[in-house]
Design a protein around this ligand. Sequence first.
Ligand SMILES: C[S@@+](CC[C@H](N)C(=O)[O-])C[C@H]1O[C@@H](n2cnc3c(N)ncnc32)[C@H](O)[C@@H]1O
Length: 286
Amino acid sequence: MDLTPLTTPSHPTSETSTAELQLVVEAVKRCCAQDFSGYSQRSIGRLINNLVHEEKLHHASELIPKLFHDDAFKAHVIDKLTVSYSQLFRDPELFLQLKQKIFPLLASYPRFSIWVAGCATGEEVYSLAIMLEEAGLLEHGQIYASDISNQALTIAASGKLKSPLNAEDEERYKASGGNANLADYFSHDKGSTLLSKLLSRVIFQHHDLVSQPSFISAQLILCRNVFIYFNRELQNKVLSLLLSSMTSRSYLAVGIEENLNFCTDINDLELVSRKAGLYRKRSLLK
Ligand SMILES: C[S@@+](CC[C@H](N)C(=O)[O-])C[C@H]1O[C@@H](n2cnc3c(N)ncnc32)[C@H](O)[C@@H]1O
């Protein structure tokens, strides 16, 4: 954990020291078996301070007895310490490049696997399923979507959007190369829900990139807007896990704000498109 002191913009009367933050992170690890020590201090500190505020406490260390003795609190703390924001067709350039460059390659395999790591509430994996369906490839692939937040996974597996489709979703879909009506992929009674024909192609499962081993050999991995929460050491560890989960010459997409250039294993990847956050694994044969 880096040692820059942390102040709380949302709760100016409290200031959480690095030592106090470390104690809370250690208590979360002991009580919830989730290790946040390799997360950037800025992001985990902000989330811990939000939790202090939400629980109407004064100091982060007051979370520790709750972690040890309050089962209801403990059950939700991982959900509270993660940011599950997502969006349909977020950064459309990626979906456009998948459609134009990568789907034709996937079509050459009899079967293929895709892993969406850190899928949050599902919008990204729904977007992928829609694009695969339009390319006639959905039936030929298996999509795995994983996260550490059980709350986010439950929402993702329900197929239900957090808010009904809107004009911006439609715009991003078109910019992604979508060629039908986005609304046709959803049922619209009580909100918008992805059609079961698409949802049933996705296996949702709990998987922790920090502590669990690879479980797949994939032709494409999306791990977008997840590295940004990790410190350098953890970024190295997670990239190595993802590389070990990729077949030769397969693809990895990260968030467009995420930079893998400092990772130890970056030479195992070649950049396909910075605008799309898209990389390809180099061949092992030089
Ligand atoms: C900001 S969301 C990104 C959602 C989606 N990939 C996107 O780009 O729209 C980050 C997600 O990463 C998940 N995450 C954080 N740490 C993780 C870990 N160690 N293993 C798996 N997922 C993790 C969080 O729970 C959260 O749902």
